[in-house]
Design a protein around this ligand. Structure first.
Ligand code: GLN
Length: 454
């Protein structure tokens, strides 16, 4: 009730939600009844959950921020949603996002932008700006996001929240409307490291519905976070800092906050080690070939026949109906990427673009392998700047893409990453995040380190 009241009070300004559940209180009562009947529910039972609209739900529409899916009702729940319901979490509503998760500001949503609760003239990050803003504005205690190139971690950075991109294959993608299948991962958003860990414990683990799901026995991430919070886990920890990132041009306040966090870790016994990751800086270029290639293929299913919108073209052919619908249903950024991806995959250009990008992806993976032979975790600023103003980058796609320079390589390599708040920038008083990256399958390490520094 308190969260619904809070949504009613502030969401007119923030616009974190595309849909608010009309039966959350009934679900909450049902959870109470389950508990009273003796069902063993986890620690998050009864806790309200905001759900990024990229995840399909049977009881609320799922649009992925696009007009082409306006009003779409899924016949099934995403695995992460089903697991959350089973654990007694209470879905509050669906959160706003850049259309099909393409963007870093939530301004590409077909339903209007979300605003940053710290300053309503500024962006909340993207694509999962709705989930991050809902948590930052106390409209929801925790949320689900998806991260293909930074869409959980960069919004966390600009809203002062915690966001986690799990190891690729660690959390099911079943029912997550695909952007780029080799990069997408679902993960938690919260105000504390422990809350993300608790949610990760609920949603993670093998799912036979996702062919890339790892058949792994995961440790308790909540136990790792609690261990970190008890202290002394940083002693002797080797923290890698990437030399080549010095040239990226972080805002002074972002760099200063990063250095202060490193100093705080050193004071707790961590060893800061300079490492080289020479291909890291080519991540954005490789990503903007691989992602559009996969996205153009994934979005081909929105053909006006099987899902969502269909425009009438009197006397038109099937192709006329398809192209009229796709023209009206997709926004500019989505069209830009479909065209780019189709081009990159076309005969004659495939080797030059898609093939080259895949080679760069392999080189970035090797950079991480070599780095993790020397250090336990890698630390970077989570993004180059604090929250920028709405409208500032919307006409400059390249500038928008560069917001993800530190997050994208993590998706290309399939390793886990976390962004935790590292304070407020001296430049403008806005939140700044620090990102930690661990080797594949060592997500627990991120919760341990994150909770120690929190
Ligand atoms: N901002 C990046 C993009 O536009 C990342 C998006 C994401 O992680 N879904 O593709």
């Amino acid at each position: 009730r308190a969260h619904l009241d809070r949504i009613a009070a502030v969401d007119g300004d923030v616009h974190a939600f595309l849909h608010v559940s009309d039966h959350a209180l009934d679900v909450a009562a049902d959870v109470d009844a389950r508990r009273a009947a003796g069902e063993q529910l986890g620690e998050l039972a009864g806790v309200p959950l905001a759900i990024k609209d990229v995840l399909v739900t049977t009881d609320m529409p799922s649009t992925s921020g696009s007009k082409i899916l306006e009003g779409f009702m899924s016949p099934y729940d995403a695995t992460v949603v089903a697991r959350a319901r089973a654990a007694g979490l209470v879905p509050l509503g669906k959160t706003n996002m850049d259309e099909f998760a393409m963007g870093s500001s939530t301004e590409h949503s077909a339903y209007g932008p979300t605003r940053n609760p710290w300053d309503l003239d500024r962006i909340p990050g993207g694509s999962g700006g709705g989930s991050a803003a809902a948590v930052a504005a106390f409209e929801a205690p925790i949320a689900l996001g998806s991260d293909t190139g930074g869409s959980i971690r960069q919004p966390a950075h600009v809203t002062g929240t915690v966001g986690v991109k799990p190891t690729y294959g660690g959390v099911s993608r079943y029912g997550s409307i695909a952007l780029a299948s080799s990069l997408d991962q679902v993960g938690p958003v919260s105000r504390t490291v422990l809350d993300s860990a608790l949610l990760h414990d609920v949603i993670g683990g093998h799912d036979p519905h996702d062919s890339t799901s790892l058949a792994e026995q995961w440790p308790s991430f909540a136990a790792a976070a609690r261990e970190g919070a008890r202290g002394d886990v940083l002693r002797g920890l080797k923290v890698g800092v990437i030399r080549e990132l010095a040239d990226v041009g972080f805002q002074p306040g972002v760099s200063a906050s990063f250095r202060a966090s490193l100093a705080a870790m050193e004071a707790q016994g961590a060893e800061i080690v300079e490492i080289s990751a020479p291909h890291f800086e080519y991540g954005v270029a490789a990503y903007y070939l691989i992602l559009p290639a996969e996205a153009s293929s994934n979005l081909a299913k929105f053909d006006s026949v099987r899902f969502g919108m269909r425009l009438d073209v009197p006397g038109g052919t099937v192709e006329d109906v398809m192209s009229a619908t796709r023209d009206a249903g997709f926004g500019d950024e989505v069209k830009r990427r479909i065209i780019l991806g189709t081009y990159a995959l076309s005969a004659g250009y495939y080797d030059a673009y898609y093939g080259s990008a895949q080679k760069v992806r392999t080189l970035i993976q090797r950079d991480f392998d070599e780095a993790f032979a020397q250090v336990d975790v890698i630390a970077t600023p989570s993004a180059p700047t604090t929250a920028f103003r709405l409208g500032e980058q919307i006409d400059d796609p390249l500038q928008m893409y560069l917001n993800d320079v530190t997050t994208i390589p993590v998706n290309l390599a399939g390793v886990p990453g976390i962004s935790i708040p590292s304070g407020l920038s001296d430049d403008d008083g806005l939140p700044v995040g620090i990102q930690f990256i661990a080797p594949a399958r060592q997500d627990a390490q991120l919760y341990r380190v994150g909770a120690a520094l929190e």
